[in-house]
Design a protein around this ligand. Structure first.
Ligand code: DHB
Ligand code: FE
Length: 280
């Protein structure tokens, strides 16, 4: 049976991609942010996961308001990076773990989650940035396959935090019932606090961000019980993306060890952070 070896959470801010593309990694502004990911990169090099299940949202780059699936699961052999308007990036296409994707979709449906089944799609910064932060940019091919899980966190009504936590538990069941010796990591993405529009544009809440980075490890049930409105009030309208970390956390056991945690603010207009969790 396949094994879940750990959970990662990270921001997926597009300016991180721009900083990498422009060679700004080691500038005084960016170095402290990127250095915070070194322990996670080392962990990945040591444990060499085969499959990354990445929970993220498309930001109207591959889908638009004419169709808004609450959940979608990619089941393609390949996902190309979408051009978000600044031209194509020098990032190789992501190899899909299509066989597991179909097993996951089957398991989700058996457990009363009914995702859109997505056989062809491009992926935006929501997936690109976390992959590059944890694996670095490969010259030709990614050393890991991906399973994208798309969540609607932009167009109301967005799903309940508790539902995402429960989706994580079903994801775990799918990994544990998958007939394979592959090793999996689950990556929750988005956040931390930010609001890009409206009266509170520019809103940041570093205290709440740092509390979230503690509670996602130690009090996930509490975070899963929050209302959607409380996420938006606490983290900003786009900071509500943080509910996607609950899928990652729900996939792990109750008891976890925090291997690494890092917070940096602001990355453009966003509180940025990461966590690396292993099961006890
Ligand atoms: C921005 C976009 C995002 O999707 C995000 O999660 C954080 C910040 C931005 O455009 O600055
Ligand atoms: Fe986002």
């Amino acid at each position: 049976m396949a094994t879940l070896i750990g959970g990662l959470g990270t921001s997926h801010v597009p300016s991180i991609a721009a900083a990498m593309d422009k060679g700004l990694r080691d500038t005084p502004e960016w170095q402290p942010f990127f250095d915070g990911y070194l322990p996670a990169q080392e962990w990945i090099r040591y444990h060499r996961p085969d499959v990354a299940v990445v929970i993220f949202n498309d930001h109207y780059n591959a889908m638009f308001l004419d169709r808004v699936p609450t959940f979608g699961v990619g089941c393609a052999d390949e996902y190309h990076p979408v051009d978000e308007g600044w031209g194509p990036r020098q990032v190789p296409p992501f190899r899909g773990a299509a066989d597991f994707s179909w097993h996951l979709i089957d398991t989700l449906v058996e457990n009363h989650f009914d995702p859109e089944i997505i056989q062809e799609i491009k992926v935006d910064h929501g997936l690109q940035v976390p992959m590059e932060l944890f694996w670095g940019r490969p010259e030709n091919e990614w050393p890991v396959t991906v399973v994208p899980i798309f969540v609607n966190v932009l167009q109301y009504p967005i799903p309940l935090p508790s539902r995402l936590y429960n989706l994580g538990k079903v994801l775990r069941r799918a990994i544990e019932s998958y007939d394979s010796d592959q090793r999996f990591v689950v990556i929750g993405t988005g956040g931390l606090s930010h609001q890009l529009q409206g009266a509170r544009a520019g809103f940041l809440n570093p205290d709440a961000d740092q509390q979230f980075l503690r509670d996602i490890a130690d009090r996930p049930d509490e975070l899963a019980g929050w209302s959607r409105e409380k996420y938006v009030q606490t983290f900003g309208s786009e900071g509500g993306e943080l509910i996607m970390w609950l899928v990652m956390r729900g996939a792990l056991n109750q008891q976890v060890t925090v291997r690494h945690r890092h917070y940096f603010a602001p990355a453009s207009m966003t509180g940025a952070g990461m966590i690396l969790l292993e099961e006890d």
